[in-house]
Design a protein around this ligand. Structure first.
Ligand code: C5P
Length: 323
């Protein structure tokens, strides 16, 4: 399809979307739920290297460390893991991960046969409720880090406390604060209440690495997407997928992303593990997915045949980029 061709070239615009998706984009723009007031510019001619350097500089990995109010008064300095996420895999002479896989939850990964390749990486990232059981051939069975949005913690239907999806892995949760990021307002009124489940989980499982991303990190990522896109993007946080890709670029020397930018298997099937069809899952409604994907493709160093056949993008880790 023309849209896929444009995505594979990193050149997209909202005009390529169906009228329905364009309408939903306009509705999110006028709602501006998170009170985004973007002050930066809109460059579009940055080279891949310049883009990488901007990301490396702007998107410094940051998690809540309990040093800021209201979290400091609530004792979070002792509640969060003692070792920062950036240091977790670098303790005792470890050098971090060499090669990492980020596995999107897109339906298009079904029948890919990518499982073995995915598991061959040093670390594998997955998202939200995406399972491996029953899908090993296509998505692999190893999970090192799971990025979860606040709905996973807040909504009992996800059985966060008991489901095996959230055990024996490093967990990284996120929830969007208002764009101006006032931690007091965020704590009083998160999108979905992740704070009490987080505290409870830390108390019950103090040895499991479990972090909450700093909302400033999310909005810095958003700023880089908007700052490198001509059109006005959805004023909502990036998708878990984009957040995870950037997180892995901070932890790994090389990152391989699977079926985030759609391969020739592209389908409206939303998730590989659910019978639900909606093109918005791949192209974006709430999240600025189309623009995220275009940005990721612009820094892709892998060949086009990897993209078409495997839906695979190869990205350098920040430690290997000299700016
Ligand atoms: O839907 P969910 O956010 O749990 O999926 C995890 C991530 O996988 C998304 O945030 C998105 O980046 C990616 N995804 C995608 N296309 C889909 C479904 C998910 O790119 N059809």
């Amino acid at each position: 399809s023309p849209l896929l061709q444009r995505l594979w070239r990193g050149k997209v615009s909202s005009g390529m979307l169906t009228p329905q998706l364009q309408l939903s984009l306009r509705n999110y723009l006028s709602a501006n739920k998170h009170h985004v007031a973007y002050k930066g510019g809109r460059r579009t001619a940055q080279s891949p290297r310049e883009l990488l350097c901007e990301l490396k500089d702007q998107a410094r990995l940051r998690t809540l460390d309990g040093s800021e109010q209201p979290f400091s008064s609530l004792g979070w300095a002792r509640l969060v893991p003692r070792l920062a996420l950036e240091k977790l895999y670098r303790q005792g002479g470890q050098r971090g991960f060499r090669s990492c896989a980020v596995v999107s939850s897109a339906g298009a990964i079904l029948h890919s046969g990518l499982g073995k390749e995915i598991d061959s990486h040093d670390a594998v990232m997955r998202f939200n409720t995406a399972p491996t059981e029953g899908y090993e051939r296509d998505v692999g069975k190893k999970t090192t880090i799971r990025v979860i949005n606040s709905q996973i913690l807040a909504n009992p239907k996800h059985r966060f406390n008991t489901s095996s999806l959230y055990k024996n892995v490093t967990l990284v949760a996120w929830d969007p604060a208002p764009y101006a990021v006032n931690l007091h307002k965020w704590y009083a009124n998160p999108d979905y209440n992740l704070f009490s489940p987080y505290v409870e989980h830390r108390r019950l499982h103090p040895t499991q690495p479990f972090y909450v991303l700093h909302p400033k990190y999310l909005w810095h990522l958003w700023d880089v997407i908007q700052g490198n896109t001509q059109e006005t993007i959805q004023p909502n946080p990036p998708s878990s997928g984009f957040i995870g890709i950037l997180l892995m670029m901070a932890l790994c020397e090389e990152v391989h992303v699977y079926e985030y930018i759609p391969s020739l298997r592209q389908t409206d099937l939303c998730h590989y593990h659910e019978q639900y069809y909606d093109a918005a899952c791949t192209l974006g409604a709430y999240h600025p997915l189309l623009y995220e994907k275009s940005l990721v493709q612009r820094i892709n160093t892998g060949p086009e045949r990897d993209l078409k056949k495997k839906g695979r993008v190869t990205l350098p880790g920040f430690s290997t980029v000299n700016c």
